[in-house]
Every structure is written in structure tokens, then in C-alpha cells.
Write a new protein. Structure first.
Length: 377
């Protein structure tokens, strides 16, 4: 029996050693494959066309929000106006490729943050995110669907602001856009997220002069950015579209608590043809909501087709819920389009969901310059 026990002990040790070797070999293979993919991507980036002129798109920071112990960074894709005749031949080739397909966004992030990636979404739907430089792929966007698309990156650890997320410390965030994972085009650009502080000076105080009050705002002028919808647009103008709430239904939410399912109609309406915002296209419907209602919307639909809800944070008491990419043109909404969504706890009613209990909304055009709207209770 002693010999049998020794034999079993020896066999157990042998199995543990073999298992350890297999695990080590698998880890080595994974590391080797990851390194190979990174080297391949860097080789492609070195060979691809980087000129920013070759891109029909721009990327900008949309919002930053804390989600438990992690942080969600959301970026908005927008189209830019550019004369293609001013481009070189290689730039024109890439420009046309990206017009057809925008597949990948590469973010030039700090090495520490690239290891903390939890996931990524495109308009609320999960997409791939990986790599030493964070590569968000599988977007499958084109010129129409890319405009206004919201790409969000969720990271953990110390990466709770853009300054820590960015590779450089000069206040700029660098990125590149590609038509495919195995790409020949990677136009690169940057946007300013944290401008350096102005130098401290001690000028002599100006003489006290009583200034006259500012003139009243005229219809068609830009709203100050501090007012809803918080990005400076023409709000007190006529519109080709209207929105009307048509139904409210109290239901049981996913968490077992009372929720409210609401539906409204987007419809055509007459506008003043002398107004610069009359007969503009329709891109998004926006609502001013309470801070605690961030990401409390589920089951958002447009004419019965599911959409990903978008939220933007512009500061305290400046949360906006958005239904984006409506792609409406004057006359499109006859019959009206139905927009429905469910508001879950702690914002299970319109009074809890809308800021101050009043549902202020706007209907913005693709240029974001026109945002006429109204409100309801």
C-alpha cells in the first residue's frame, strides 16, 4: 500500500507539472498572438495614408460619466464639409473609401488606460475594443449613418478623465479613422479637450463703468450654450416638424418597480419660409432630464424598430436624453413617426424624468444650428 501511495503521489505531481506547462504554453501563445496583432496593426498604420484631409469625418468628445468604479467616455462622429477637388489623388481614394465604410476608430491612449478597457458601444450596441492603442472596430458606418453616431468607451482604473486617457499631456486627444481592420487609409487628427491655463497676470483693474442691460434676444439668434440644449443653437425659430405626446402607460419595469411607457408623434407642420430654420432636415429629438435619470431609458423604438438611447452630460443639471439619426426631410413625416421609450426607476414617471417636472424638448437639424422646441407636462 505504501508503494501504491507513493505511485499516486508521483502521478499527481506529474499531472500538476504537466498542467502548469500547458497553462504557461497557452499564456505564451496568447501573448505572442497579441504582440503579433499589435505589430501588424502598427505596420499597417505606418504604411497607410495618415493625412487628415483624407477623412470626411470628425471625432469630438460628447460626454464623460461615471458608471460605478468605471468611467464611460462617449465620442460623437460628425461629417465635415470639404471640397474634394482640393485633395491629392491618394487622399481622394481614401476619402471615397471612408465615405462608403467607416469600420474602425483608433484612440491614441496612455498605456495604462489601454489595459483597463471594459468594453465599447456604438449607439448603445456593443462593438469590439482591443489593442495597445484602443481600437474600436466593426462599426460598419457610412456617410449617412456615421453623422451623429455616438461611440462610447468604458474603462476602469485611474482613467477617469480625458487627460489621463490621452497619450499626450498637452491637452489634445489624437485619433485615426480607418475603412477596415486591414486598412490602407488611416487619416489622423486631434481635438482639444483640456486647453492649457492662461498665464497668470495681475493687470490693473478697469474703471467701474455701469453698462446698459443686454438687448433682448431676437428670434433666430443663437441661444447661449448654458441654456438647453446646451450647445448654442437657434431655438426660438419655426420648424417643419412638431412633437406631441400621445400615450402614457404604467408598467412593471425590468427591476420589478413601476415604470412608464410613453409614446409621441413626430409630424410635419408649417413654418415661416422667411425663417432660416424653416424647411431644414431633422436629425435628433432631445429632452432635458434630471441628473439621476442618466441611462434610465430602455426599449426605445422608432416606428417599432429598436434604437439605442443616447445621453449627454454638459454639467450639473445639464443631462440630455437624445433620439438620434432620424434623417428626416421636410414632408417625410406624413403619416407621423411614432417614438416610444420606457422610463425606469428612479425615474419611472415623466415628473421624475424631466428636469424640474417640465419636459422641455428640441428638434435639431443635422447642422446642429437649428433646435426649435417646446415643452409639456
Amino acid at each position: 500500500t505504501a508503494a501504491a501511495m507513493r505511485s499516486i503521489y508521483t502521478l499527481s505531481i506529474s499531472c500538476l507539472v504537466t498542467l502548469s506547462l500547458l497553462v504557461a504554453r497557452a499564456n505564451f501563445a496568447d501573448a505572442k498572438r497579441s504582440r503579433k496583432e499589435t505589430l501588424t496593426r502598427r505596420k499597417l498604420q505606418n504604411e497607410c495614408l495618415k493625412s487628415s484631409n483624407a477623412s470626411p469625418y470628425l471625432l469630438s468628445l460628447d460626454s464623460i460619466s461615471e458608471v460605478g468604479a468605471s468611467t464611460s467616455f462617449c465620442f460623437e462622429v460628425s461629417t465635415k464639409s470639404q471640397q474634394i477637388i482640393s485633395l491629392t489623388s491618394p487622399e481622394i481614394v481614401c476619402y471615397r473609401k471612408l465615405l462608403s465604410t467607416l469600420d474602425t476608430i483608433t484612440l491614441d491612449t496612455s498605456p495604462a488606460c489601454s489595459k483597463e478597457v471594459i468594453g465599447a458601444t456604438l449607439d448603445g450596441v456593443a462593438v469590439n475594443a482591443s489593442g495597445a492603442e484602443i481600437v474600436i472596430s466593426g462599426l460598419a458606418l457610412d456617410l449617412q449613418s456615421a453623422n451623429g453616431a455616438i461611440v462610447c468607451l468604458k474603462v476602469g482604473g485611474p482613467c477617469n478623465d480625458v487627460s489621463s486617457l490621452a497619450q499626450t499631456g498637452d491637452g489634445y486627444f489624437f485619433y485615426s479613422l480607418s475603412e477596415a481592420t486591414q486598412h490602407s487609409c488611416c487619416p489622423s487628427s486631434k481635438f482639444l479637450v483640456a486647453p492649457p491655463p492662461d498665464p497668470v497676470t495681475n493687470p490693473s483693474p478697469p474703471p467701474m463703468i455701469e453698462e446698459p442691460p443686454p438687448p433682448p434676444q431676437l428670434p433666430g439668434t443663437l441661444n447661449p450654450p448654458e441654456g438647453f440644449p446646451f450647445y448654442g443653437c437657434q431655438r426660438d425659430v419655426s420648424s417643419s416638424y412638431g412633437f406631441q405626446l400621445v400615450s402614457k402607460e404604467i408598467i412593471t419595469g425590468w427591476n420589478g418597480l413601476p415604470s412608464t411607457r410613453v409614446c409621441g408623434l413626430i409630424s410635419n407642420q408649417r413654418c415661416d419660409p422667411r425663417d432660416s430654420c424653416c424647411n431644414k432636415g431633422l436629425f435628433k429629438l432631445e429632452f432635458h432630464v434630471e441628473d439621476r435619470c442618466w441611462n434610465t431609458v430602455t426599449n426605445l423604438t422608432l416606428d417599432g424598430v429598436g434604437k439605442g438611447p443616447n445621453f449627454s452630460r454638459f454639467g450639473t443639471d445639464k443631462i440630455v436624453f437624445r433620439v438620434t439619426r432620424l434623417f428626416g426631410n421636410p414632408g417625410n413625416y406624413d403619416p407621423p413617426a411614432e417614438v416610444c421609450w420606457t422610463m425606469d426607476s428612479p425615474c419611472g414617471s415623466l415628473g421624475e424624468f424631466c428636469f424640474g417636472g417640465t419636459c422641455a424638448f428640441s428638434l435639431a437639424d443635422p447642422s446642429h444650428k437649428c433646435c426649435p422646441g417646446s415643452s409639456f407636462r
